[in-house]
Write a protein that binds this ligand. Structure first.
Ligand SMILES: NC(=O)c1ccc[n+]([C@@H]2O[C@H](COP(=O)([O-])OP(=O)(O)OC[C@H]3O[C@@H](n4cnc5c(N)ncnc54)[C@H](OP(=O)(O)O)[C@@H]3O)[C@@H](O)[C@H]2O)c1
Length: 302
């Protein structure tokens, strides 16, 4: 299969590319930078969709860049880097004479309102309530293929939790303080921490590129990209400290996080959602890293 991956140069994209190539598939990345095995977004817009049987979008400006505040211009970039790239891919798919068999968009569990009690599956109703959930609503709406194309192209949306892996994402920012013994819980530590190992997210995306188990479905299939284990931030902190054999004695109070990041962004760290991968499990997907112990062992074990 030939697979086109928007934002495939990033943390998740590199894992997915390796997995697909190991399975014998060909990968082309859409990037802002030209290079071998790549096309640019401008190439896509001018030249149309290159021949491919699967398309994925992973493009997006990093959400928790510690060096940038969530001001209006940064929020615009967070928004447009996701919405505009998704729109470009949808338009290219819709106007292709030979559209791919599958189209996969990775969004996030931030659509579900943080709560210590509610448990969300893919079937849960949700209403946008803040910047991130509004972003997810528009992102997923933009990702929808026109009805005539959706008849022949499988549409999948994967709502990812915090993606854990040794080569990027949140772990990259956390490892140094934890190695130095400066790690600790964030806020109360009791907030849910929905997470997934990057190998499992790549595995779920790769599975979604295969023909649908029910080809009569033309609406997007939604899957939660989170591990089946439910953990709090406290449990994650303790497990990471244990895996690194380092103490985790320095909790960061919510008030400090809010002062450093601003109240709106602080919520991403001090609040969370209990998210269950109900439909993902129903497809028969077997998680390689279903619990924190096995995931962290793989990430920091060696
Ligand atoms: N990592 C997580 O914990 C997590 C959790 C939930 C959802 N997600 C979503 O999953 C997707 C992939 O995540 P990731 O961790 O792999 O992200 P990443 O490493 O930050 O990479 C995403 C790619 O997006 C492209 N990109 C960045 N800024 C862009 C911009 N302004 N305009 C167009 N393209 C831009 C970059 O490719 P080029 O430089 O080659 O253009 C980059 O390699 C993202 O949409 C993210 O929101 C991630």
């Amino acid at each position: 299969m030939r697979v086109l991956i928007g934002g495939g140069s990033g943390f998740v994209g590199r894992e997915l590319t390796q997995l697909l190539r190991r399975k014998g598939h060909e990968v082309t990345i859409i990037s802002r930078q030209p290079g071998p095995g790549r096309i640019t977004w401008a190439d896509l817009e001018c030249g149309g969709l290159p021949p491919c049987e699967g398309a994925v979008n992973l493009a997006g400006e990093i959400l928790l860049n510690p060096f940038r505040r969530w001001n209006e211009s940064y929020k615009k970039e967070l928004f447009s880097s996701r919405i505009d790239t998704t729109r470009s891919l949808v338009q290219a798919i819709a106007s292709s004479s030979s559209p791919p068999k599958s189209w996969v968009l990775v969004t996030g569990v931030a659509c579900y309102k943080p709560s210590r009690t509610a448990e969300y599956s893919e079937e849960s109703e949700w209403t946008p309530y803040d910047f991130l959930s509004k972003l997810v609503k528009e992102w997923e709406g933009t990702g929808r293929l026109p009805e005539n194309v959706a008849q022949n192209t499988r549409q999948v949306i994967i709502r990812a939790g915090v993606v854990l892996g040794r080569n990027g994402g949140a772990m990259k920012q956390m490892l140094t303080p934890f190695w130095l013994g400066l790690g600790g819980t964030l806020g109360s530590g009791q907030q849910p921490f929905p997470w997934i190992h990057v190998a499992d997210l790549a595995g779920i995306i790769a599975r979604s590129l295969e023909p649908s188990p029910d080809p009569t479905i033309s609406a997007p299939e939604i899957y939660n990209g989170v591990a089946p284990a439910h953990n709090t931030n406290y449990e994650f902190t303790k497990a990471l400290g244990q895996a690194l054999q380092r103490p985790t004695l320095f909790p960061v109070p919510g008030i400090v996080i809010r002062a450093l990041l601003g109240a709106e962004r602080a919520v991403v760290l001090t609040e969370g959602q209990w998210v269950t991968p109900k439909k993902t499990l129903e497809t028969g997907y077997k998680f390689q890293y279903p619990d924190l112990g096995s995931a962290l062992q793989e990430i920091v074990g060696s």
